[in-house]
Design a protein around this ligand. Structure first.
Ligand SMILES: NC(=O)c1ccc[n+]([C@@H]2O[C@H](COP(=O)([O-])OP(=O)(O)OC[C@H]3O[C@@H](n4cnc5c(N)ncnc54)[C@H](O)[C@@H]3O)[C@@H](O)[C@H]2O)c1
Ligand SMILES: O=C(O)[C@H](O)COP(=O)(O)O
Length: 527
C-alpha cells in the first residue's frame, strides 16, 4: 500500500484518481506545523504540495521512504531540488494545468489596476461617491511588456492583444523569428523596460530572476509605468518597488505574489496605488482540478514503478520516444547489473555505447538506467534514477555516452564498459524482436545469453575437459545447468563460458570451481 501525504489544500475532484486507487492510502493534512510534517513525511511514500509547504532538505531527509514529491502547480521554488535529488526523490510538477487561470488572473489584475477598481470599491463601501479620484487609463494602444514568454506569458499576450495592446516580449529563449510568429515585438530586457506602459513578469523564481526588476530596472522604465507580478515574489525587488511608487516614478503595481508569504505586514499593501491579492493566480475550480489530476496521475505512475511524465529534477523521456525507449530500459538495467556484478576493483568510468537504431534517439534515459544498475552494486539500493548521476559525480566516477556505427550485425546494440582501477570489462546486449533482452558479447567474446535468473560467468583456458570438469563439480553441489554458452578467441586460448543454473551457487562451490584445472575466474550473479 502506497502512503500519499497531501500537505496543502487540493481539489477533491482532482485527487479522485488517488482516493479511488486500491493501492494508495491518502492522508490529507493541509497547514501542518513543521514537527507534524516531519512526523508524517517519515511515513509517506509520496508527498503532494502546492506553494505553501516548504519541502526543505530536513523534510526530505525525514522522508526515508519518500519516492516522489508532486507539486500541484508550476513553481517548485518551495522545494529543495538538490536535496530531493541527493535523497533519490523525483520531483514532478503540473506545468499546464493552471496556465489559463493565471493568465486570466493577470488580465484581471491589469484591468483592476488600470481602472482603480479595488480602491474605488473600498471607497464606495466606506460611503464615498468619489468619481474624480479614480480616473483610470485605457489599455488600447498601450504597450504591454512581457518578461518571461512561456506558457502564461504567451496566453497573457494573446489576451492583451485582444484589448488592442501592443506587446513587446523579453525571454532569453525567445528569438526574433519566434516573436514574429507569436505576433509580438522582440526586445531585450532594457527595451521592454523603456517602451512598456505596463510590465508583467512571468518567469520562474530562480537565481537569474531573483530581483530581476530592481532599482536599476525601475530607473529604465517610462515615468508613470505600471507593473504586475502574478509569477513569484522576489522577481520584483519589493524595496525598490516601494521607493519607485513613493517617488511617483511608477504609477501603480498589481501584486499576486510576494517575497514573503503570507504577506501580512508588507508595507506595499499600505500604498493606495497597489492592487494586491493573496497568491490567487491558480485559485480557480478548473485550475485546481487540472493540477491535482495531473500530479495525482504522475505520483501513482511513479509509485507503481513507472516513469514520471513531468519530472523536474531528472530529464524526462519525451512522450514521442517513450514507446521506442521503454523496451530498452530492461536491457540497460540488465547489462549494467550483469557487468557491475562481475567487475573487480574501484569504479572509475562507466562508458555506454549505442549503435544501430539506438543512434536515432536520445539515449540518456537508458544511460541513466545503466548507471543506476551499476552503482546499486557499489553503493546499495539508495541509488536510483534520480540520484545516480549525482552519486557518480560525488564519487568521481565518469559517465561517458557515445553513439557508434559498429553494430556487430545487430539492428540495435547497447554496449556497457566499466573501467576500474584493476581492469576494464565490457558487455553488449541487444533486443531481439519478441524475444526480449539478450547478452551477445562479454569481454569481446560472442555469446547468446538471456540476462535473468542465476548465472555463472567463467573465464577459462580452451582445453578439452574444462567444460566437463565444471559440469561435474556443479553436479557434486547439486546445481543443475539450464543453459551453457561458450565463447573463445582462438583454439587453445582464452575462453569464456556463461551458465544459467537453477539455483544460487554458494561461496564454497564458487571456491571449488575456481580451483578446477584450466579455470581462471568464476563469478556468480543473480539478475
Ligand atoms: N501566481 C500564481 O498563482 C502562479 C500560477 C502559475 C505559475 N506561476 C509562476 O509563473 C511562472 C511562469 O509560469 P509558466 O507556466 O509560464 O512557466 P514557463 O516555464 O512556461 O515559462 C517561464 C518562462 O520564463 C523564461 N525565463 C527564464 N528565465 C528568464 C529570465 N531571466 N528572463 C526572462 N525570462 C526568463 C523561460 O525561458 C520561460 O519561457 C512559474 O514559474 C510560477 O512560478 C504563478
Ligand atoms: O506556481 C504555481 O503553480 C502557482 O504559484 C500556484 O501556486 P499554488 O498552488 O500555491 O496556488
Amino acid at each position: 500500500m502506497h502512503r500519499v501525504l497531501i500537505s496543502d489544500p487540493l481539489s477533491e475532484d482532482g485527487i479522485k484518481p488517488l482516493l479511488e486507487a486500491a493501492d494508495t492510502e491518502v492522508i490529507q493534512k493541509p497547514s501542518m506545523e513543521k514537527e507534524e510534517l516531519l512526523e508524517e513525511v517519515a511515513k509517506a511514500d509520496a508527498l503532494i504540495v502546492r506553494s505553501q509547504t516548504q519541502v526543505t532538505k530536513e523534510v526530505l531527509e525525514h522522508g526515508v521512504n519518500l519516492k516522489i514529491v508532486g507539486r500541484a502547480g508550476v513553481g517548485v521554488d518551495n522545494i529543495d531540488l538538490d536535496a530531493a535529488t541527493d535523497n533519490g526523490v523525483v520531483v514532478v510538477n503540473a506545468p499546464d494545468g493552471n496556465t489559463i487561470s493565471t493568465a486570466e488572473h493577470t488580465m484581471a489584475m491589469l484591468m483592476s489596476m488600470a481602472r482603480n477598481i479595488p480602491q474605488a470599491y473600498h471607497s464606495l463601501q466606506q460611503g464615498n461617491w468619489d468619481r474624480k479620484k479614480y480616473v483610470g487609463v485605457e489599455l488600447k494602444n498601450k504597450t504591454l511588456g512581457v518578461v518571461g514568454f512561456g506558457r502564461i506569458g504567451r496566453v497573457v499576450t494573446r489576451r492583451a492583444k485582444g484589448h488592442r495592446m501592443n506587446v513587446i516580449a523579453y525571454d532569453p529563449f525567445l528569438t526574433r523569428e519566434k516573436a514574429e510568429k507569436a505576433g509580438v515585438e522582440h526586445g531585450t530586457l532594457d527595451e521592454v523596460l523603456a517602451l512598456a506602459d505596463f510590465i508583467t513578469v512571468h518567469t520562474p523564481l530562480i537565481a537569474a530572476t531573483h530581483h530581476l526588476i530592481n532599482k536599476d530596472a525601475f530607473a529604465k522604465m517610462k515615468n508613470g509605468a505600471r507593473i504586475l507580478n502574478c509569477a513569484r515574489g522576489g522577481i520584483i525587488e519589493e524595496e525598490a518597488l516601494y521607493e519607485a511608487l513613493q517617488s511617483g516614478k511608477i504609477a501603480g503595481a498589481a501584486l499576486d505574489v510576494f517575497e514573503e508569504e503570507p504577506a501580512i505586514n508588507n508595507k506595499l499593501l499600505e500604498l493606495p496605488q497597489v492592487v494586491s491579492v493573496p497568491h490567487l493566480g491558480a485559485s480557480t475550480v478548473e485550475a485546481q482540478e487540472n493540477v491535482a489530476v495531473d500530479v495525482s496521475n504522475d505520483v501513482m505512475e511513479v509509485l507503481r514503478g513507472g516513469n514520471a511524465k513531468q519530472p523536474v529534477n531528472i530529464p524526462s523521456i519525451p512522450e514521442e520516444m517513450q514507446d521506442k525507449l521503454t523496451p530498452y530500459i530492461t536491457l540497460s538495467e540488465k547489462l549494467g547489473a550483469f557487468l557491475g556484478s562481475i567487475v573487480r576493483g574501484g569504479l572509475n568510468n562507466i562508458n555506454v555505447y549505442y549503435s544501430g537504431e539506438l543512434t536515432d534517439v536520445d539515449p540518456t534515459p537508458l544511460t541513466r538506467k545503466v548507471v543506476k544498475s551499476v552503482l546499486q552494486l557499489f553503493v546499495g539500493n539508495r541509488v536510483n534514477d534520480v540520484n545516480s548521476y549525482k552519486i557518480a559525480k560525488d564519487k568521481g566516477i565518469e559517465i561517458n555516452e557515445q553513439k557508434t556505427t559498429s553494430t556487430k550485425g545487430f539492428t540495435n546494440l547497447l554496449t556497457v564498459e566499466l573501467e576500474t582501477d584493476e581492469e576494464t570489462r565490457s558487455i553488449a546486449g541487444t533486443l531481439l524482436n519478441g524475444l526480449g533482452a539478450r547478452v551477445v558479447r562479454l569481454d569481446g567474446y560472442s555469446v547468446d545469453v538471456i540476462p535473468e535468473g542465476h548465472l555463472i560467468s567463467i573465464h577459462h583456458k580452451d582445453q578439452p575437459g574444462a567444460i566437463g570438469r565444471v559440469g561435474s563439480l556443479l553436479a557434486e553441489h547439486d546445481v543443475n545447468i539450464a543453459t551453457m554458452q561458450v565463447g573463445r578467441t582462438d583454439i587453445g586460448g582464452a575462453a569464456i563460458m556463461i551458465l544459467t543454473i537453477d539455483k544460487e551457487v554458494g561461496p564454497e562451490c564458487q571456491e571449488h570451481l575456481a580451483h578446477v584445472e584450466d579455470i581462471n575466474r568464476v563469478q556468480y550473479l543473480k539478475l
